[in-house]
Design a protein around this ligand. Structure first.
Ligand code: GSH
Length: 224
């Protein structure tokens, strides 16, 4: 039976982007169902699956998986050849730690700078909490790239689950012009150049539905 991934708006839904990218980059076929955030239909559709009324949700036959990191773990278990985690156990331990750290934290940068793919790129002042997160994130990126990244442009070489988890941070760095070191800047570019990311991004730019909480100049909406 085909996998189904329920997601939110591609422009805004950073948590939806994560498993969608992991699946798409790995070439795993799935059906996508997009439900617009902040609508009555969203609550109706999501309630049977997610106790907290959140997307993404993966439906895999009788198995229902919610929480982005749990979905990525489920995919890794279901498709062991997909390379969701690095093959080397030491690299894999670190990749899982960094991915889980992303899932559980960095609310400073997430709340100051919502993912908003259609927003024109422009530099923004960085609040202290967001800067602390940015420093921790980019330090982790540099270590992964230096120790494990030789085989490709991503944190552990080839694109994997950990890159899917950090892709929305890469978009925030780009959109809001957040200053980062050259290794991290190259990684941000690599994420934006990945064909799976491009496909999501192009679809996001076609959307029109608005989420006020994710527009930092609301009621003004700045669009490319
Ligand atoms: N911890 C969850 C976060 C999911 C989440 O917050 N999703 C947002 C969209 S990006 C959502 O469903 N928001 C709906 C709402 O707030 O009503 C995960 O990792 O999947």
């Amino acid at each position: 039976m085909a996998l189904k991934l329920i997601i939110g708006n591609k422009n805004y839904s950073s948590w939806s982007l994560r498993p969608w990218l992991a699946l798409t980059a790995a070439g795993i076929p799935f059906e996508e169902e997009l439900v617009l955030l902040d609508t009555p239909e969203f609550v109706e559709r999501v309630r049977p699956y997610s106790p907290t009324l959140r997307v993404p949700i993966l439906i895999d036959g009788d198995a229902v998986v919610w929480e982005s990191i749990a979905i990525i773990e489920h995919i890794a278990e279901r498709f062991p050849q997909a390379g969701i985690w690095p093959a080397d156990p030491v690299a894999r331990a670190r990749a899982r730690s960094q991915a889980t750290e992303m899932h559980g934290g960095f609310s400073g940068i997430r709340s100051a700078f919502p993912m908003n793919l259609w927003r024109p790129v422009a530099p923004h002042p960085v609040p202290e909490r967001a800067q602390r997160d940015l420093d921790a994130i980019t330090a982790g990126w540099r270590t992964a790239r230096e120790r494990f990244g030789a085989g490709g442009d991503f944190l552990f070489g080839a694109f994997g689950g950990v890159d899917a988890m950090y892709a929305p941070i890469a978009t925030r760095i780009r959109t809001y012009g957040l200053p980062v070191d050259p290794v991290s800047a190259a990684y941000v570019e690599a994420i934006h150049a990945h064909p799976a990311f491009r496909a999501w991004y192009d679809a996001a730019l076609q959307e029109t539905a608005l989420v006020a909480d994710d527009e930092i100049d609301w009621p003004v909406v700045k669009r490319i």
